[in-house]
Write a protein that binds this ligand. Structure first.
Ligand SMILES: [Zn+2]
Length: 383
């Protein structure tokens, strides 16, 4: 009897086309570099329970099971010959060969999996911006992932084949940005992240995340903070100029600086951070209660603020580095600081990235976020 075709296929797939023992590639001749099949099926427990069949009498395995893939090593001719020689008897035993086979097959599965798993779980957060619900469909997100990364979007069955969705629309108080609206928004984000994302991570379904979000700025920062910082994450945004979510071709890898613009009262418990990325905010327009505290400004190097200032994923990682550096310096320069009041204008991806950086900072003041309403700045959130 010999291996059936299904058993043979199982053996070759599991062994990854390599010799279980010396790891030789089994489809290329050493002498001619031609494609010649060089693999052989070597029995662990010999095919027959006779003295002439190596290891055949060391086990009571049934005759039928001896020709199953589980009992066969994929090996090169040289290794096959060697393990069956009389001289090695007792050295490469059934247990030892079985152990090598399992180890090899696990390695093949693990290593080939590492390089091929390019799937990313899509997280969509839909909210209202300036009184309008923005369209952000599953197809839109999938297209952006496929076209502008080397990954494939994953919409898991466990998540209704739609990825993870957090819906911030239809919450009461949206128009005015009431405290109830922000409380409800945070609760939606919390439950989406905890029940779905964390559950996906726990059950080993989420290895990489692609975030697509439309919402008011404080909720975007909160979202970034709520995400798990152990999962590699790409953050997308809609680009104003092209009106879509693909990263534009030929975008600039912009760099960023956070610098002090008002230094007095270094012992203050409150400080201001003005983010001038998608628009420009001036100190003089901020709430009067904060007029004497130290202030910092986040700005773009060598460019003026505009909506599409974050034009590449690299620019976003430069921004993240600048923010992280700022928080670690703050601990040294403004020790008594308890609250950092954040104002200004950030593109969507930058707001989420700010939130993610907050998670990473160990020692930092509370970050206070504001909404700009018709009656001025209203404090809406502390993180
Ligand atoms: Zn070999």
């Amino acid at each position: 009897m010999a291996l059936t075709e299904p058993e043979r296929r199982k053996l070759w797939v599991k062994a990854g086309g390599r010799c279980t023992l010396c790891k030789a590639y089994l489809l290329e001749g050493n002498l001619t570099a031609k494609e010649v099949p060089l693999g052989e099926g070597a029995h662990i427990v010999g095919q027959q329970a006779t003295p002439g069949s190596p290891r055949g009498m060391d086990s009571d395995l049934g005759a039928d099971d001896r020709d199953k893939a589980e009992n066969i090593l994929l090996a090169c001719a040289s290794c096959h010959t060697e393990i069956d020689k009389q001289q090695v008897t007792g050295l490469l035993t059934i247990d030892e060969l079985t152990r090598r086979k399992l180890q090899h097959e696990n390695q093949i599965r693990h290593q080939t999996g590492l390089t091929t798993d390019r799937r990313t779980t899509v997280l969509r957060v839909q909210g209202w911006v300036r009184g309008a619900a923005m369209e952000l469909s599953k197809d839109t997100a999938a297209l952006a992932v496929i076209r502008s990364s080397d990954r494939f979007p994953l919409f898991m069955p466990a998540f209704d084949q739609h990825g993870i969705e957090i819906d911030l629309r239809h919450l009461p108080g949206e128009e005015e940005g009431t405290p109830a609206y922000y409380a409800a928004g945070r609760a939606r984000i919390d439950s989406g992240v905890k029940d779905r994302l964390y559950e996906g991570i726990r059950t080993n379904q989420v290895h990489h995340l692609s975030v697509f979000a439309i919402a008011r700025l404080p909720l975007l920062v909160y979202l970034g903070w709520a995400l798990d910082d152990g999962v590699p994450t790409d953050v997308y945004q809609r680009h104003r100029r092209s009106d879509d979510w693909l990263w534009p071709t030929g975008g600039q890898d912009t760099q960023f600086t956070i610098e002090p613009i008002r230094d007095e009262h270094a012992e203050a418990t409150d400080a201001i951070l003005i983010t001038n990325l998608s628009g420009t905010t001036h100190l003089k327009n901020l709430p009067p209660a904060l007029t004497t505290c130290p202030a910092f400004r986040l700005r773009v190097d060598g460019d003026t603020a505009h909506e599409d200032i974050i034009a590449t994923p690299e620019a976003l990682s430069f921004l993240e580095k600048a923010i992280r550096r700022f928080f670690s310096n703050l601990e040294a320069t403004n020790k008594p600081l308890q609250r950092l009041h954040v104002f200004g204008a950030l593109p969507v991806s930058a707001a989420v990235t700010l939130g993610r950086s907050l998670k990473a900072a160990d020692l930092r003041p509370k970050v206070v976020l504001y909404d700009l309403t018709q009656s001025g700045y209203v404090q809406v959130m502390e993180i």
